[in-house]
Ligand binder design. Structure first.
Ligand SMILES: [Zn+2]
Ligand SMILES: [Zn+2]
Length: 395
């Protein structure tokens, strides 16, 4: 006689191999998976109660579920908590078993019950089953958090501090790019998100960037804005800035010139160096000599008078359709000084970070015409490519 699990295995095999995927109703399929997830939670709970994890040499039930079922720590402890709470909440357990409420809804109720249980409180099962039927998981979580806050403010505060301790930000170099990962507390995250969102909107009709790319650029803009305000604390007597190592030949993009670097080993194109040098900071240093130099870009080199003149002539970024105000722009030299262009007012144009980059690296041209300037797109379409973290471009 095959066991019940063997029968299920064979039925699942038949289903997976034979069912027409377009005919399967995702809602019903999810409901069956959720019923089994509830069952799984009760199974691992019962077995850990029996001490199965100790027999197999694990000091905790969580580590036993993690290694036996190849699950993350958070998933393993979630299932064990749900399994335990379902034992004390027969109505919720029954609705999950019958597929009337989903696993994630049941899990929210179980975690709340666990938290309230520590305070000796019981939640009203029927009421919460009603909420689970009515609300999305997000709203159910919100309701759970509010309930928790009211019943156990001290516990809520403690948990908030525990979560706060988990915050981190990592900035690492990867394949000639920087890779960011991080977790932020609700306040810091909201502040960052609202600042990034404010800068991540499309800049005019020609803006072909994806939302992800616009958010990355927004962070760069925010950072430049903070650096250029000149109010960040000094380190070893100097304001924080980016440093370019280059030569006059490299800056001009001459053939055979050594590549410029931002950090040791972080090579950048001559076009990028030309953009960084566009405001003139590098000119005074490099024109005298062509040796390799480190040049900080902590402040603008365009004089105060020129900057005021630029402000009087332009309200913001000169690119058509761009909303960046003048204080979020950099002065672009229409004729690049390293190619012999002068630094006088009619030849300067305020451009935001993105449009300045389009002009230098993106192949757009700025030409002076009688009534002002004209932006001309590159004649070839730049192919957009996406790259997953940890993946290299195919050779
Ligand atoms: Zn420029
Ligand atoms: Zn712009």
């Amino acid at each position: 006689m095959p066991s019940e699990l063997e029968k299920l295995t064979s039925a699942v095999s038949d289903f997976v191999n034979q069912a027409d995927q377009l005919e399967v109703d995702p809602k019903q399929l999810r409901s069956q998976i959720d019923r089994l997830e509830g069952m799984f939670s009760r199974v691992v709970r019962r077995r850990s109660e029996r001490g199965d994890h100790l027999v197999r040499g694990h000091c905790s039930a969580v580590s036993w579920v993690m290694s036996t079922c190849t699950m993350s720590q958070s998933s393993a402890s979630d299932r064990l908590c749900v399994g335990k709470q379902l034992e004390a909440m027969p109505e919720v357990a029954e609705k999950l078993s019958s597929g009337e409420i989903g696993y994630q809804s049941a899990a929210v109720i179980c975690h709340l019950s666990h938290q309230l249980g520590e305070k000796g409180e019981r939640l009203d099962e029927a009421e919460w089953i009603g909420y689970a039927r009515e609300f999305s998981i997000k709203d159910l979580n919100l309701l759970s958090n509010h309930t928790r806050y009211v019943v156990d403010p001290d516990g809520f505060d403690r948990e908030t501090e525990e979560n706060y301790a988990e915050r981190f930000l990592q900035i690492s170099e990867m394949d000639g790019m920087y890779h960011l990962s991080g977790v932020m507390d609700p306040e810091g995250g909201s502040a960052l998100k609202s600042a990034v969102d404010a800068l991540a909107k499309r800049l005019g009709g020609d803006d072909l960037r994806t939302p992800k790319q616009r958010r990355a650029d927004a962070l760069t803009e925010l950072t430049y804005h903070a650096l250029e305000a000149g109010t960040l604390p000094k380190r070893q007597g100097v304001r924080p800035h980016i440093t370019v190592t280059t030569t006059l030949e490299g800056l001009k993009g001459e053939v055979g010139a050594a590549a410029a670097e931002l950090q040791p080993g972080m090579v950048v194109s001559s076009k990028t160096v030309q953009r960084l040098a566009c405001d003139g900071t590098l000119s005074r240093v490099l024109k005298a000599d062509s040796v390799v130099v480190d040049v900080g870009r902590a402040t603008r080199a365009v004089s105060g008078a020129q900057w005021r003149g630029l402000k009087a002539r332009h309200r913001g970024c000169a690119f058509p359709g761009c909303d960046r105000p003048i204080n979020w722009t950099q002065p672009h030299h229409i004729e690049f000084w390293a190619h012999g262009g002068p630094t006088n007012l009619p030849k300067l144009l305020p451009l935001c970070y993105y449009h300045h980059r389009l002009v230098h690296e993106g192949g757009w041209q700025v030409v002076q015409i009688e009534e002002g300037v004209k932006f001309i797109p590159p004649d070839h379409e730049v192919r957009r490519r996406a790259r997953a973290p940890g993946m290299r471009w195919a050779a």
